[in-house]
Design a protein around this ligand. Structure first.
Ligand SMILES: Cc1cc2nc3c(=O)[nH]c(=O)nc-3n(C[C@H](O)[C@H](O)[C@H](O)COP(=O)(O)OP(=O)(O)OC[C@H]3O[C@@H](n4cnc5c(N)ncnc54)[C@H](O)[C@@H]3O)c2cc1C
Ligand SMILES: Cc1ncc(C[n+]2csc(CCOP(=O)(O)OP(=O)(O)O)c2C)c(N)n1
Ligand SMILES: [Mg+2]
Length: 569
């Protein structure tokens, strides 16, 4: 059947099961927008193309499906760059479709021409420049295949205006994806399995490092079975939070720069690290020279490029985590590792049961209180989308996630401005879920224009602004490492509650601890978006903290233990 390139775009999206796209129109993508009027797909008009990419990313992280963002050429496409890089760093599957100037104008500095495939080459898993209508279907179908298979990631398809306007016969069957040289299904040789099993069964002090790959692979049950069988304690990365329930007795909490103190000590004392779908980020390892010095390391990972990249490992099992664990599981022995777990418990001391809510109200409102209250009120069942900074770390410490895909956060790129748009994508993917945004006063102002998108789409999202009057995480570094010279970190903020009202949304302001629960309840029952401005302690810091590049066990501890999150080991 004869169709225009523009029509083929929507046919292919429908074929891939896409129901919603996030986008912003402009000249070079106009033919596609015109054809959209004949498609069943819902289009959400964003207020900035960065927002579209974070929405697609949030959609992907919340659902496990591919998220889709659309923009015009030039500034529309370049506005997507931060969102694409964010998705790339965190292995999130999105497809971005951009309009491009007419193929005969390419290279002429035409109006709104940017070489976006050149710009995004290092931050996409793959990208395509499509100049003919015949290439539209193969490129889009292949883009989805590449985005979702193997290690997921962002793929960009740049389509010239004439390729959208021209027609060709459309045969989806002929357009089946065959990317040359792409091998998402590599497997480790069997001797690596034998060596892994020997190391596992011999280990006296093993620790499982539970990463984002568990969520991407859907391997939570296998990881729990593995841990329970071997009596092996687990710790999660930031992006691994939710991969195994926070309440599982073998789950020790988060590792790394702002992880639990006892976890970092356990890693440094371990004789075996089992890295499950995690990539040894520098926030996780600290100084590589002194990282887990006594531990053998087994890395289970889908992307061979990650093996021996940061940490040299003894055994590497390449493949999809779930499949690899299913093969290993029957061979995992169950020696008594009670002594090892007891040693870790001793490191926790009283702090493991400390309950910040029961500390006397000293007139100060701490971010930790707000987040802990949100956790209690939502019974840990909400999907929380965080921005980047101190509030992000406090969320990781104080909101206990029980299920995968319930914490959505930018880990690798640490993109401020991520939360609000990513929450929109999350809510669209999971309309029945309760969605909370936890965002700093700084990051909120980077993408707060998307409140208009929320209003236009009548979405019900709860927004908690942790307003400390500072670019808090940077202020903390200035406090610790730059003699408290607060260069360019104090913020003069707008009235966030009034701002929400200007968008037609409800705004609340909370300054005291007693005001937290009523505001949270009001937001939960409003049936529409409520923005709460929580005015918290301005100069609080996140503890413990491993200074960048320091040894993992060399943590800075809270001077006076008021609301410390980790142990006093
Ligand atoms: C302010 C700030 C502070 C931070 N502090 C910390 C901290 O204290 N602790 C911490 O942990 N992080 C912290 N982070 C986050 C950190 O930067 C990294 O993003 C995070 O550690 C990465 O976690 P990950 O390796 O599990 O996930 P990813 O980076 O997403 O890596 C996942 C890995 O799994 C692999 N994979 C994907 N699919 C599969 C599959 N099917 N099977 C097998 N493998 C698969 C991928 O190839 C990849 O190597 C911080 C970030 C910020 C912004
Ligand atoms: C786009 C972007 N610019 C700069 C930074 C560097 N940075 C990391 S945390 C932070 C401060 C965040 O402040 P705020 O949003 O108020 O959150 P808080 O730390 O106060 O909770 C900054 C500037 C970043 N991560 N992202
Ligand atoms: Mg702040």
């Amino acid at each position: 059947m004869n169709k225009t390139g523009a029509e083929i775009i929507w046919e292919c999206l429908e074929r891939e099961g896409v129901t919603t796209v996030f986008g912003y129109p402009g000249g070079a993508i106009l033919p596609a927008y015109d054809a959209m009027t004949r498609s069943s797909i819902r289009h959400i008009l964003v207020r900035h193309e960065q927002g579209a990419t974070h929405m697609a990313d949030g959609y992907a992280r919340a659902s496990g499906d591919v998220g889709v963002a659309i923009a015009t050429s030039g500034p529309g496409a370049t506005n997507m760059v931060t969102g694409i890089a964010t998705a790339m760093m965190d292995s999130s599957p999105i497809v971005c479709i951009t309009g491009q100037v007419g193929s005969r104008l390419i290279g002429s500095d035409a109006f709104q021409e940017t070489d976006i495939t050149g710009v995004t080459l290092p931050i996409t898993k793959h990208n395509y420049l499509v100049t003919r209508p015949e290439e539209v279907a193969p490129a889009i179908l292949e883009a989805f295949y590449v985005a979702r298979t193997g290690r997921p990631g962002p793929v960009l398809v740049d389509i010239t205006k004439d390729a959208q306007q021209g027609s060709c016969t459309f045969d989806p069957a002929a357009a089946e994806p065959h990317p040359p040289g792409y091998r998402p299904d590599l497997r480790a040789p069997s001797h690596e399995y034998t060596e892994a099993i020997e190391l596992i069964n011999r280990a006296e002090r093993p620790v499982i490092l539970a990463g984002h790959g568990i969520i991407l692979s859907g391997a939570g049950d296998e990881v729990i079975a593995f841990a329970e069988r071997g009596g092996i304690p687990m710790t999660t990365t930031l992006l691994g939070i939710g991969s195994v329930p926070a309440s599982h007795p073998l789950n020790m909490g988060m590792m790394g720069m702002h992880g639990e103190a006892w976890v970092n000590h356990a890693i440094q004392d371990a004789d075996l690290l089992l890295a499950f779908g995690m990539r040894f980020d520098d926030r996780v390892t600290g100084n590589l020279k002194t990282y887990a010095p006594t531990a053998k390391k087994i890395h289970i990972e889908i992307d061979p490029a990650e093996i021996n990249k940061n940490v040299m490992v003894d055994v590497a099992l390449i493949g999809d985590l779930r499949g690899v664990l299913q093969e290993l599981l029957p061979h995992v022995a169950a020696p008594d590792r009670g002594e090892w777990r007891g040693r870790i418990d001793a490191l926790k001391g009283d702090s493991a049961v400390r309950d910040i809510q029961n500390l006397p109200d000293n007139g100060h409102l701490y971010a930790a209180h707000v987040i802990n209250d949100i956790w209690r009120e939502t019974k840990g069942e909400a999907i929380v989308v965080t921005d980047v900074g101190q509030h992000q770390m406090w969320e990781a410490q104080y909101y206990k996630h029980e299920a995968p895909r319930t914490l959505i956060t930018s880990g690798g790129l640490g993109t401020m401005g991520f939360a609000l748009p990513a929450a929109i994508g999350t809510k669209v993917a999971r309309p029945d879920a309760e969605v909370w945004v936890i965002v700093g006063d700084g990051g909120f102002q980077m993408t707060m224009c998307e409140l208009a998108t929320i209003a236009q789409e009548r979405l019900d999202i709860n927004v908690a602004i942790i307003n400390n009057g500072y670019l808090g995480m940077v202020r903390q570094w200035q406090e610790f490492f730059y003699d408290r010279r607060y260069a360019a970190t104090p913020l003069l903020n707008p009235d966030f509650a009034k701002l929400a009202e200007a968008f037609g949304l409800q705004g609340l302001r909370v300054r005291s601890r007693s005001g937290v629960v009523p505001a949270v309840e009001a937001a939960r029952t409003a049936g529409a978006t409520v923005v709460i401005d929580f005015q918290v302690e301005q100069e609080d810091s996140v503890y413990p903290m491993v200074p960048a590049g320091a040894d993992l066990h060399a943590m800075i501890r809270r001077p006076g233990a008021i609301v410390e999150s980790a142990g006093d080991a």
